[in-house]
Write a protein that binds this ligand. Sequence first.
Ligand SMILES: Cc1cc2nc3c(=O)[nH]c(=O)nc-3n(C[C@H](O)[C@H](O)[C@H](O)COP(=O)(O)OP(=O)(O)OC[C@H]3O[C@@H](n4cnc5c(N)ncnc54)[C@H](O)[C@@H]3O)c2cc1C
Length: 391
Amino acid sequence: MRVQVAIIGAGPSGLLLGALLHKAGVDAVIVEQRSADYVLGRIRAGVLEKVTVDLLQEAGVADRLLAEGLVHDGIELSFGGARHRIDFEALTGKHVTVYGQTEVTRDLMHAREAACLQTIYEAADVAPHGFDGTHPTVTYRKDGVAHTIACDFIAGCDGYHGISRASVPPASLKTYERIYPFGWLGVLSDTPPVSPELIYSNHERGFALCSMRSMTRSRYYVQCSLDDKVEAWSDDAFWDELRRRLDRAAAETLVTGPSIEKSIAPLGSFVAEPMRFGRLLLAGDAAHRVPPTGAKGLNLATADVGYLARALAEHYAERSDAGLDTYSQRCLRRIWRAERFSWWFTGLMHRFPETGEFGRKMQAAELDYLVNSTAASTALAENYVGLPLEG
Ligand SMILES: Cc1cc2nc3c(=O)[nH]c(=O)nc-3n(C[C@H](O)[C@H](O)[C@H](O)COP(=O)(O)OP(=O)(O)OC[C@H]3O[C@@H](n4cnc5c(N)ncnc54)[C@H](O)[C@@H]3O)c2cc1C
């Protein structure tokens, strides 16, 4: 098989890149190690910045998102027993859209199917080769048969544990990492959200987040120990713990129900520099990770893909490599800003046992400043709603 671009990974990065390249007349194939159902079964992000909504519109896959997505003009911060609203619309004139990553993935998959674009699911031993030269290939096995895809470029959209970054010689890569000493225990339930907007709670028992996917499906999280096991958390134990970490009004109105998904996610910050190695370009979680507190993971991934799709389209349509040459630098500027915001917001909202009572007092003072200073609230709002794509 020969294509212009071979994409490794059919998560949101790979699928969106495939859709944008198709619009630009660039021919691409996606190779994914899991089945389509497995990819759709992963419950992850839910808050979309404008940049993500715009790119999905550009790709022609935003009809359902625009009809069903929930526009959120702000969030609430809960601490000291009370809630304080950060009004994005008033502070920045912008908003975010709540629409599950699973739904984004589903819409992209359907559009790909309708356009008869090829995705090879359940591909084993996927590997990129020859990206230092001019004739890269991607090899894989399907049903025991070995295959080779010849291409001009390889897009490594295969997430944090993927093969693309792992195939780069270590000497060509610089990585930065921070692992947090706790995780998030998340529950998805078919219950109405406790409040129309997200509640971020700083509590002495630990952080809690009340989020949602729709007006009938809620997503809740509590900070947990890295030693916790999902099996040890009954639904009742989860709801009790969540209630304890909310203000009284929220705790009293919380509607509980059986969990339809329950999982523990570790929290980490990670960046790999650069993001281009000859004809291999990394995008999304393959190159970086953020703790989910700032809701940046998916949005950073789509922004990378926005730059990459433009750069590849420019390469073919205008015979210019300017976009490819500046790809890494453009993405990394945005990534480090999101890393900083996610690190700061995580530090402000979580319980860090090692910082003790002094650390708690510092958090309380900063939260007080944050909700009483227009400049500080605006900085939070600007970072949360996100930046437009440059250029
Ligand atoms: C548990 C969890 C919870 C999260 N919650 C949030 C949140 O609340 N908010 C937020 O903004 N972000 C969240 N994120 C981050 C967000 O989901 C990611 O940033 C986003 O999925 C990145 O998309 P991606 O396509 O780059 O990577 P992924 O979604 O990881 O997709 C990569 C794809 O590549 C495939 N793949 C991997 N290895 C190979 C291989 N060798 N060959 C072929 N295919 C391969 C994988 O199967 C997968 O389908 C969360 C992430 C996790 C793991």
